[in-house]
Design a binder for this molecule. Structure first.
Ligand SMILES: [Zn+2]
Ligand SMILES: [Zn+2]
Length: 228
């Protein structure tokens, strides 16, 4: 395929597949990081973003940890989280006559009210990216270099395979993706077998090859990976 005919999305997917590991995890994480950067430097006065953060009661645990690591985040965090804490105080204000709990408000109901009303906005950015690239992959996985890179990189993680199977694409794309994924899983299983075999005392003199980190790739294959 001539490079000039490819879209930037196709290029970025191919470049990411070449790095190995689940490409959709990598792409999602890049865009989530960019979102946290923009939250720090640009979006702080963006009202819809602040409203979404308030309804989500802040970021999820992994993204809260990731935001902490962004330089210059201290004041933006304080500005975003102050109204969230203020809202928690308002939600848990005792009623003048009935105190906290009454027939109409049980502790259980109060617990419900303190739940989040929106998903973590950084997670939503990552999911949108993963879905967009899953659609590109479904269209391009028929190309031999894409198929080969996908298998060499270990395929998609299970959550992103499921997302891709539920994304829109051509019928041949789902079949080609599933066939490539099964090849990647088969290769991983063979490496796990080899890793387990070489851990047997009878074969411990045999040096480990690429299978030495198959157990780590097995962990990532089921839940996805993060570069942290
Ligand atoms: Zn993934
Ligand atoms: Zn999140």
């Amino acid at each position: 395929m001539a490079d000039a005919t490819m879209t930037p999305l196709q290029h970025r997917l191919r470049e990411t597949l070449a790095l190995g590991g689940c490409a959709l995890c990598r792409l999602a994480e890049q865009d989530e990081r960019a979102f946290l950067q923009s939250l720090t430097y640009e979006r702080i006065l963006d009202i819809p973003t602040r409203e979404t953060l308030q309804r989500a009661r802040g970021l999820c645990a992994p993204h809260a940890r990731a935001w902490r690591a962004v330089q210059g985040c201290a004041l933006p965090v304080a500005l975003v989280y102050r109204p969230i804490i203020k809202d928690l105080l308002a939600q848990t204000e005792p009623q003048a006559t009935q105190g906290w709990f009454s027939r109409s408000t049980s502790p259980h109901q109060l617990g419900e009210r303190l739940a989040t009303a929106a998903p973590c906005p950084a997670c939503r950015v990552g999911e949108a990216t993963a879905r967009r690239y899953a659609e590109v992959l479904l269209r391009d996985v028929g190309a031999e270099e894409v198929r080969a890179a996908l298998i060499r990189g270990g395929g998609l993680c299970l959550p992103h395979l499921r997302l891709a199977l539920q994304a829109s694409g051509p019928a041949a794309g789902y079949r080609a993706l599933l066939a490539a994924q099964r090849e990647a899983w088969s290769a991983l299983m063979a490496e796990l077998d080899e890793f387990i075999r070489k851990n047997d005392y009878r074969f411990q003199h045999e040096p480990m090859g690429d299978e030495r980190d198959a157990w780590l790739r097995a962990l990532d294959a089921l839940v996805g990976s993060s570069s942290d």
